[in-house]
Design a protein around this ligand. Structure first.
Ligand code: B16
Ligand code: MG
Length: 218
C-alpha cells in the first residue's frame, strides 16, 4: 500500500539543471576549457564535489583538495545568484496539482535531494511548507545511488520504504530508490531511467489514480 511520495528536486519539481550548467560552464571557461550541455548530463543527481571531479576529468585537469574547495565554492556562489532569482512559476507543469491531489488523499510528501541548496530553492518557489519532511545534501553522508537520502525521507514521514514511491529524473536516483526497496517512478527519458518501475515524461498527465494503478500492478 502506497502511503507516501518522496520527490527528487532538480529535474522533478524544478529545472535547476540549467543553472547548474551555466555555473559549471563559467567555471570551465575560467579554467580554459569548454563544457557542453551533453557533458552536463553526467552531473545530474550527482553531489557538488563529485560533479567537480567529473568536470576536471572532462577538462583533463587535476587539482588538490584545497583548490577544489575554492572552485566548488565559486561555482556555488554563481549558482546561488541564479536560484535567488527563482519564482513559483518555475515549478514544473502539473507538479502543484499532483501535490494537491496527494494532500487531499492524506498521503505524506517528502523531499529527497542531493542538493545543499534545496531549502533555498523551495523557499524561492514557495513550496517549503508543502513538504512533510525535507532531506537534502546537508542531511546525508552518502550520495545517490546510496539509498540513504530516501530511507531518511521515509523515516521522517513515519513510513516503511515499501510504503513509499520515489520520483526521480537521474539514473543514480532510480538506483538509490530501488536499492532502498522503494517503488520508483522515473521522470524523463525511458532509455536512461529503465530501472524505474514506470517512466513518465512529466506530471501534466499523471494523477493519483495512475499511482494507485501502479500500486496494484507492482
Ligand atoms: P548543490 P537533485 C542535485 O539535485 C543535482 O541534480 C545535481 O546536479 C547537483 O550537483 C546536486 O544536486 C548538488 O547540488 O551543489 O546545490 O548541493 O537532483 O538531487 O535534487
Ligand atoms: Mg534530480
Amino acid at each position: 500500500m502506497i502511503r507516501g511520495c518522496i520527490f527528487d528536486l532538480d529535474g522533478v519539481v524544478v529545472d535547476t539543471a540549467k543553472y547548474h550548467y551555466l555555473a559549471w560552464k563559467r567555471l570551465a571557461k575560467e579554467m580554459g576549457f569548454d563544457f557542453t550541455e551533453q557533458d552536463n548530463e553526467r552531473l545530474k543527481g550527482v553531489s557538488r564535489m563529485r560533479s567537480l571531479d567529473i568536470l576536471l576529468e572532462i577538462g583533463g585537469m587535476t587539482m588538490g583538495q584545497e583548490e577544489k574547495e575554492v572552485m566548488a565554492t565559486k561555482k556555488n556562489d554563481w549558482y546561488r545568484e541564479y536560484i535567488l532569482k527563482m519564482e513559483p512559476d518555475e515549478i514544473l507543469p502539473g507538479v502543484q496539482d499532483f501535490f494537491a491531489e496527494l494532500k487531499n488523499e492524506g498521503m505524506k510528501i517528502a523531499l529527497g535531494s542531493a542538493s545543499k541548496n534545496a531549502v533555498t530553492i523551495l523557499e524561492q518557489i514557495g513550496l517549503k511548507d508543502t513538504f512533510d519532511a525535507i532531506v537534502d545534501g546537508t542531511k546525508v553522508e552518502k550520495a545517490k545511488p546510496d539509498p540513504e537520502v530516501f530511507l531518511k525521507g521515509a523515516h521522517e514521514i513515519g513510513l516503511m520504504p515499501e510504503e513509499c514511491v520515489v520520483f526521480e529524473d537521474a539514473e543514480a536516483g532510480v538506483e538509490a530508490a530501488k536499492s532502498g526497496k522503494m517503488k520508483c517512478v522515473g521522470v524523463g527519458d525511458p532509455e536512461i531511467l529503465g530501472k524505474a518501475d514506470i517512466v513518465i515524461p512529466g506530471f501534466q498527465d499523471f494523477h493519483l489514480i495512475d499511482l494507485q494503478q501502479l500500486n496494484t500492478a507492482l
